[in-house]
Ligand binder design. Structure first.
Ligand code: ZN
Length: 666
């Protein structure tokens, strides 16, 4: 799922999962955080057969579902999540003693105790008023009528009686009775479409692969369908399509244009082909999030496709939701504390696609921002483990800035630590061994172990199950041919905000990790050495072939860590000018700005900003920095003459905008 600026609806109700061991209050927490166990249901849902009717003018929807199940341990009832649904009738394949509502649950009783292995079904006829889980856009005459569902995290139960847990996977059929002119979308493939009566048709969809209910989807309305312009290697173009409002066709073609290429990239990188029979993307009005990775059928807010593709491209969201088809859908987090397996991977594979198509500079620039987002979010009360078991609502785990960028940063660290080949092998094993299963984080650990990576127990304990990240103070100096490097970890030794929880305690200061030091001596080659940090303070001495031109710590941004480098200003300036790491150049620029070194640096900054051969986003950052640094007289002295209008409009759009802002000309 991609969050939008409004992170989640304010009207979240309070759920209570039916687990007896779930009531450990978090002492001292200002939120009502607690541990959440999986509800004990004693059955495995096998298949849902859903029939649903939507009629414009009717403020309710009417539906029925037949759920097939297999009993996993002796039980006298089936318990389903069914929030806000009006139950009209219930039938079962076993003699039944009736049914009852228990809060947001529906309990269906059997006359006899069923045994493990028993198979049967329950069928439920119900109706509901949309508002959560399913949304109607039928009343506004200015909007083409449509309806859509949204399940993650716990909202499938608002439109479908189900075992609403990410750990219980089932296939599903959806039979939609809708006005004849409407287009429908659901998971899997469309089996049939036929006349229901004069005004309505019935459309049959079938998702054969087993999915948890939060990934089920139903969208219908006055839409048009657009086929992709080209096929991907693993999916033909008629099976890649976009469903949008009629007037949005051109924007949709542009916004979704990279879809086949992204499918190919992820299939190739993981050596696991796109797992489903089709991939659709539909845009709707008033979607509560940015976009949602329903299996084989992503739903997104309409605004996704309306922006300027040069300035605000849609492809990162397209890539994020497509990555979820492998990470989240093909393999799903078993419970929400492990949701980083969904979101960390989706964030990181978006970055990997960027690297493969736009190059290392672009990757390091943007992934550096991802790391910064994590470092800035995961502080104070939010300093928490990536795998966090105590929470109030599962959506809280998504919205505090940890699992998306922090999860991606851990994957990047694994790649840097073990190398590209082992990383790709482990990812392939993770997907292959756990295909169509719901897993916890240890499944990823086992995949890396199987790929031959050592030290995984310690890695997961340190980086996934314990809170925080290293805060590093780095110093270096050179005398003759000797380079002296001092590394200190200065993060607090213990975090009062998280130490209350037995799942998440752990020393914060004894991080163990590789630290790359890259440098170039005057007239020499770029060289790199890796040192191992295992203690709070360490010193290293390295032999050099000459005088250092520039030196960069962690130039590939492998570390989810804050780095403060103590060095002369001239060395920072040389990093900005000459380092071969775009991440390092940005960090050097920020350091210069933070020290208000404008007068010293302005000529150098100007030469980078005006250099066509420099990476565009660095030029943009430099102009932004100059805007912060400048006093007007200084700026104009440096430029000698204010830039001409012709000069400005010849620049790329983003750079032109920043220049105009910097020189105060709109
Ligand atoms: Zn996501």
């Amino acid at each position: 799922m991609r969050l939008s600026k409004v992170l989640f609806p304010l009207s979240l109700a309070c759920f209570c999962w039916s687990c007896a061991s779930s009531d450990f209050a978090a002492e001292g927490s200002h939120r009502a955080e607690r541990l959440h166990g999986q509800p004990v249901r004693r059955y495995d849902a096998l298949d849902y057969d859903i029939t649903l009717k939507v009629a414009p003018g009717d403020s309710q929807f009417h539906a029925q579902v037949k759920m097939e199940f297999e009993i996993t341990s002796p039980v006298d009832r089936i318990v389903l999540d069914a929030a806000g649904l009006r139950i009209a009738a219930v039938k079962t394949s076993f003699p039944s003693g009736g049914w009852d509502r228990e809060g947001d649950q529906l309990e269906i009783y059997f006359d006899d105790i069923l045994s493990a292995g028993d198979r049967g079904w329950v069928a439920i006829k119900y109706s509901a008023t949309p508002g959560r889980g399913i949304y109607f856009r039928l009343d506004n005459p200015a909007i083409r009528p449509h309806v859509f569902t949204q399940g993650e995290c716990n909202d499938a139960r608002y439109w479908l009686p189900c075992n609403d847990s990410p750990s219980d996977r089932a296939s599903y059929s959806l039979h939609a009775i809708v006005p004849v002119a409407w287009t429908t979308v659901s998971g899997g493939i469309k089996i049939d479409e036929r006349v229901f009566n004069a005004a309505y048709k019935i459309v049959d969809w079938r998702m054969e692969e087993e999915m948890p209910p939060y990934l089920f989807t139903f969208v219908a309305g006055d839409f048009v369908t657009i086929e992709a312009a080209e096929s991907s290697t693993v999916l033909s173009r008629e099976n890649i399509f976009y469903v949008v409002e009629e007037g949005d066709s051109n924007q949709a073609r542009a916004a979704f244009a990279r879809t086949p290429d992204i499918i190919d990239f992820i299939s190739d990188y993981t050596s696991v082909d796109y797992p489903f029979a089709k991939y659709s993307q539909v845009t709707v009005r008033g979607f509560p999030y940015g976009a949602m990775e329903n299996s084989s059928a992503t739903t997104a807010k309409r605004e996704l496709i309306l922006g300027d593709q040069e300035l605000r491209p849609s492809w990162p969201t397209v890539a994020h939701e497509l990555s979820h088809q492998w990470f989240g859908d093909l393999v799903t987090c078993r419970s929400w504390p492990h949701a980083w397996l969904n979101e960390g991977f989706a964030t990181y594979f978006t970055a990997l696609y960027r690297e493969s198509r736009f190059g290392r500079d672009d990757f390091l620039f943007h992934f550096g921002n991802t790391i910064d987002g994590y470092l800035n979010s995961c502080t104070g009360a939010n300093r928490r483990a990536v795998v966090k078991h105590a929470y109030e609502q599962p959506m809280d785990l998504f919205s505090d800035g940890t699992i998306y960028p922090g999860g991606a940063a851990r994957l990047h660290l694994l790649r840097g630590w073990h190398g590209e080949e082992a990383f790709r092998k482990a990812i392939n094993i993770f997907l292959s061994d756990n295909r169509l299963q719901s897993v916890d984080s240890d499944a990823l650990k086992r995949a890396f172990q199987k790929a031959g990576c050592v030290g995984m127990e310690g890695f997961f304990r340190q980086w996934l199950y314990s809170p925080g990240y290293p805060e590093l103070k780095l110093e270096w100096s050179q005398s003759e041919r000797n380079l002296k490097v001092a590394v200190r970890q200065v993060q607090p030794a213990r975090d009062p905000h998280t130490s209350h929880n037995a799942y998440e305690t752990g020393s914060l200061w004894d991080f163990r990790f590789p630290l790359d030091i890259r440098y170039q001596v005057i007239g020499g080659q770029v060289e790199q050495q890796r040192v191992w940090i295992t203690r709070r303070q360490q010193q290293f001495e390295l032999k050099l072939p000459g005088r250092i031109e520039w030196l960069s710590f962690d130039p590939d941004a492998w570390l989810p860590a804050s780095l403060t480098v103590d060095e002369p200003v001239a060395a920072t300036m040389r990093r900005l000018r000459r380092s071969d790491s775009m991440r390092d150049r940005v960090l050097a620029l920020r350091k210069l700005v933070s020290r208000h070194l404008g007068e010293f640096a302005i000529e150098d900054l100007l030469s980078i900003a005006e250099d066509d051969s420099e990476y565009l986003m660095l030029r943009v950052e430099v102009v932004r920095a100059m805007e912060k640094l400048q006093r007007n007289w200084l700026f104009y002295r440096a430029r000698e003459n204010p830039p001409s209008e012709e000069w400005l409009v010849a620049l790329p759009d983003l750079l032109e905008q920043e220049w105009r802002k910097a020189i105060g000309r709109r």
